[in-house]
Write a protein that binds this ligand. Structure first.
Ligand code: ATP
Ligand code: MG
Length: 362
């Protein structure tokens, strides 16, 4: 997937933008508070329908204005696609692909991988952060994953509510158990399959970045499983058994104690959990490896690359890693957008440089 044009109107500090990026590495260069992240955000919003910086769409409308509009033109499977997102205070959000009104799970929508300094918390942050990472990737790759996950979240809420109201002996509590297990098992299996591919890719990238360290990524189930093999049936049986064993505890604690909402992704460096043993710098390198692996995994599963957005990550790396990452992006088949305040001490002759100033691109 390659973006050929991005247009924005009244989006944050961008009054009007008409940006024609290159097909490889694009660098958005500029001082603080000029609009670099706003441009990345506009691409992200065009892809996912919402922002990575605010939960409130109205915050993205330029001060004193009523609406913003974003338009992207991109190439996908040798076809030219145009998507338009508008948001107005009066009419809310509208999304169209090739002039047809649609929803954000349209198969021709733009796909992105985002990397911000926040992703460093992927390693040392809470398990929820790592589950979010897996869910975002899977949601972009497979529509049925989002469907299973949102079903699971709904049933989990319902189950917790019944436990809270001490209604675990009711018919509805029994009835939802099978649906709960079915969706839980589907979510878990998809995550495990994703990690198998992600692990292969991230460990080889990490070797390249760190010269010697070994990286391993494993799905960490929150319940035991007897079999060495894992499939949908085995997962469902294990979940059922665990629910039976934990029912008393669930009633006492008034919440669901089994399921993918409690699972984690374990990241090991040289056999030790990175979250406890890796240095800050090593954790950053692991984050870089995981993010690049996300792109390659995406390509392996769906046959095409998403667009890679990197916000201010160079400053988090040492000089050697900075150049390594830039070289990787300059030689890659995918398209990337990287923001930076300066480009001192790096070689970037193959990148397309745009200077961002006061919401405009030069
Ligand atoms: N809704 C809005 N309307 C107008 N301006 C806004 C809006 N939201 C944010 N801004 C302004 O947009 C400007 C640019 O923000 P942005 O985050 O893109 O900067 P940046 O170039 O990435 O800077 P930095 O290098 O500090 O990260 C900021 O001054 C910010 O206050
Ligand atoms: Mg910024």
């Amino acid at each position: 997937m390659k973006l050929r044009q991005v247009e924005a109107r009244n989006f944050r500090n961008i009054t009007q933008l008409d940006y024609h990026p290159g097909s490889g590495l694009n660098i958005l260069l500029g001082d603080n508070a000029q609009g670099k992240t706003n441009i990345l955000e506009s691409i992200y919003v065009l892809s996912t329908g919402s922002s990575f910086r605010t939960g409130q769409d109205k915050n993205m409308i330029q001060y004193e204005k009523e609406a913003f509009i974003l338009r992207g033109r991109y190439n996908y499977n040798d076809r030219d696609i145009e998507s338009i997102l508008s948001y107005s205070l009066k009419e809310g959000k509208r999304f169209a692909v090739n002039s047809k009104k649609t929803t954000f799970n349209h198969s021709d929508r733009l796909r992105v991988v985002l990397f911000t300094p926040d992703d460093l918390y992927l390693i040392k942050g809470s398990p929820g952060k790592r589950r979010q990472f897996l869910d975002f990737v899977l949601g972009q790759i497979k529509n049925e994953y989002d469907y299973n996950l949102s079903n699971y979240v709904k049933i989990l809420k319902k189950r917790n509510l019944l436990l809270k109201r001490e209604q675990s002996n009711t018919r509805s509590f029994k009835i939802i158990e099978d649906i709960f297990i079915e969706n839980a098992a589907r979510v878990i299996l998809a995550r495990i399959n994703l990690i198998t591919i992600l692990d292969e890719s991230s460990s080889s990238i990490y070797k390249e970045i760190s010269n010697k360290g070994q990286l391993k990524t494993r799905y960490a189930l929150s319940f035991p499983i007897d079999s060495g093999k894992i499939n949908l049936d085995i997962l469902k049986k294990a979940l059922k058994k665990q629910i039976q064993e934990k029912t008393d505890q669930e009633i006492k604690r008034r919440s669901s104690l089994v399921g993918p909402h409690l699972d984690d992704m374990h990241i090991y460096q040289d056999g030790k959990l990175a979250r406890y043993f890796a240095s800050q710098g090593q954790q950053r390198n692991i984050a870089v490896a995981l993010k690049l692996a996300e792109l390659y995994t995406f390509k392996k599963i769906s046959g095409f690359y998403p667009v890679f957005l990197l916000d201010e990550v160079l400053s988090e790396l040492d000089a050697q890693k900075r150049q390594l990452l830039l070289d990787h992006l300059q030689e890659a088949e995918f398209q990337s957008f990287l923001t930076s305040v300066h480009l001192n001490d790096v070689e970037y002759s193959q990148a397309a440089i745009s200077v961002v100033e006061n919401g405009e691109i030069h």
